[in-house]
Design a protein around this ligand. Structure first.
Ligand code: SAH
Ligand code: DHB
Ligand code: MG
Length: 230
C-alpha cells in the first residue's frame, strides 16, 4: 500500500509558504478590519487558530459567488471567520446556515458576525451537526456547502449535503490532506480514518463529480475536496 511518512522538512519551507501567503494577502486581499478583529476575538476567547487562511477564505467567497449561491450551508462555524467570507458572497435576499457543536464557539461567532455586518444573514444552529442536519427537512435547497467540522463524520456530511442540495450544488470539504496523513491506511487518528472514508465514498458516489486540490501556505500542507452534485 502507498504510505507516506512526513519527512522532517526544513522549517524554512513553512516560512516560505507563509511569506508567499503574506504576499498574496498584501497584493490581492488587503487589510480587513472585521476579519482581523474576528481572529483577535477568537484568540482572546480561547478558540483554536484553525480557521481557513485569508487566501482560502477569499477562495470560498469567489467559489460561492461563481456558483451564484443564494443559500449557503456551513458545517463547523468556530468563530465565524469562514462564515464571514461566505456571507459576503451572498446576493440580496441570500442566507447562510452554519452548524456548530460548541455553544461557546457559536457565541463568539455571533459577536464576530455582528461586528462584520453580516449577522442578519446568518443562522447559527448549535449542537452536533448530525442532529441539526437531521432536523433540516423541507428547507430551500442549498447551492453551496462548506464542510469543516469533525472529520470522522465527513462521509455523513457529504451525504447530507447531497440530500439538502440540488443538481449543481457545490460542495467543499476542508482539511483532506493533513500533511500527507491521508495516505496512512494504518492510522489510528480518526480524522485520517474519516478522510480516507470520504475519498472511498467519493470514488463510488455516482451523484457527484469530485476532485481534491493540495494546498500549502499559512495553514501548512493540506487541501480541500471540491465536488459538484450531478
Ligand atoms: N470553518 C471555520 C473553522 C471550523 S473548526 C473557519 O474556517 O473559520 C471546526 C469546528 O467544528 C469547531 O468549532 C468545532 O467545535 C466544530 N465541530 C466539531 N464537531 C462538531 C460536530 N459534531 N457538529 C458541529 N460542529 C462540530
Ligand atoms: C483541524 C481542523 C480544521 O478545520 C483545520 O482547518 C485545521 C485543523 C483539526 O481538527 O486539527
Ligand atoms: Mg478546516
Amino acid at each position: 500500500m502507498t504510505k507516506f511518512t512526513r519527512p522532517p522538512w526544513p522549517e524554512v519551507m513553512g516560512e516560505g509558504w507563509q511569506a508567499v501567503d503574506n504576499y498574496i494577502v498584501d497584493k490581492l486581499l488587503g487589510a480587513d478590519d472585521a476579519l482581523a478583529a474576528t481572529l483577535a476575538n477568537n484568540a482572546a476567547n480561547g478558540l483554536p487558530p484553525i480557521d481557513v487562511s485569508a487566501a482560502q477564505g477569499k477562495m470560498l467567497f469567489l467559489l460561492a459567488q461563481t456558483a451564484g449561491a443564494k443559500n449557503i450551508l456551513e458545517i463547523g462555524t468556530l468563530g465565524g471567520y469562514s462564515t464571514i467570507w461566505l456571507a459576503r458572497a451572498l446576493p440580496e435576499g441570500g442566507r447562510l446556515v452554519t452548524l456548530e457543536l460548541e455553544a461557546h464557539h457559536a457565541g463568539v461567532a455571533r459577536a464576530n458576525l455582528e461586528r462584520a455586518g453580516v449577522g442578519g444573514l446568518v443562522d447559527i444552529r448549535v449542537g452536533p451537526a448530525s442532529d441539526t442536519l437531521a432536523a433540516m427537512t423541507g428547507e430551500t435547497a442549498f447551492d453551496f456547502v462548506f464542510i469543516d467540522a469533525d472529520k470522522q463524520n465527513n462521509v455523513h456530511y457529504v451525504r447530507e449535503a447531497i440530500r439538502l442540495g440540488r443538481p449543481g450544488t457545490t460542495i467543499v470539504v476542508d482539511n483532506v490532506v493533513r500533511e500527507g496523513g491521508v495516505l496512512d491506511g494504518d492510522s489510528g487518528d480518526e480524522r485520517i480514518v474519516g478522510t480516507r472514508a470520504l475519498f472511498d465514498m467519493l470514488s463510488a458516489e455516482p451523484r457527484l463529480d469530485a476532485t481534491a486540490v493540495q494546498t500549502v501556505g499559512a495553514k501548512k500542507w493540506d487541501g480541500f475536496v471540491l465536488a459538484r452534485v450531478r
